[in-house]
Design a protein around this ligand. Structure first.
Ligand code: HEC
Length: 160
């Protein structure tokens, strides 16, 4: 219960709608610790695609952090641009249609933020400023992960 409240609260603070999470919680609840985040029901290939994009985010963030440590703003910009709007282009319409509007909005804003980080890294060459932008982006990673989970569409969990 405490966990649910914290998740809902962080969702509210970040402007996400907690109503779906609460609804999802009501359907489960076996008195055990459960993953109470909103479920995105995706096919295995859709899940694989989304998770691959996510791993791209994590390794991109690692490249940026390392480059900032060396004040290599050119590498920062290239890595950030790789996670910008141009990454959105090949999301299949069927997958897009399954993602809640709040999810898509948050995803879009992360891509836009990386483009902004890339531009500012090149023009300002200010490590502290880039770090503060990266931190703000990472808050969105944290927020989304706090609210959503992926489950296979054809219910492996259907047995309980
Ligand atoms: C709009 C929502 C959203 C945003 C923003 C987001 N993620 Fe994710 N991410 C997810 C979801 C959903 C999962 C699957 C979580 C689950 O099923 O437990 C995930 C999973 C992951 C995984 C696990 C990949 C795997 O192979 O299992 C990594 C790593 C990750 N995200 C990194 C990031 C990073 C870094 C950022 C920010 C730059 C980020 N994500 C932003 C929604 C998001």
């Amino acid at each position: 219960m405490k966990t649910t409240f914290t998740l809902l609260l962080s969702g509210m603070v970040l402007g996400l709608n907690p109503a779906m999470a609460a609804e999802d919680h009501a359907q489960h609840g076996h008195g055990m610790a459960q993953d109470q985040r909103v479920v995105l029901a995706l096919t295995p290939p859709e899940r694989a695609m989304l998770l691959e994009e996510m791993r791209g985010f994590l390794s991109g963030v690692q490249v940026i952090t390392r480059a900032l440590g060396k004040q290599d703003m050119q590498t920062v910009a290239v890595a950030a641009r790789g996670m910008g709007q141009k990454m959105v282009h090949d999301v299949p319409p069927a997958l897009r249609a399954k993602l809640p509007p709040e999810f898509r909005q948050l995803g879009f804003s992360v891509h836009g933020d990386f483009d902004q980080l890339a531009m500012d890294a090149e023009s300002m060459k200010d490590v502290s400023y880039s770090l503060s932008q990266l931190s703000a982006i990472q808050q969105k990673c944290v927020a989304c992960h706090g609210v959503y989970q992926i489950q296979p569409q054809m219910g492996i969990n259907g047995s309980h």
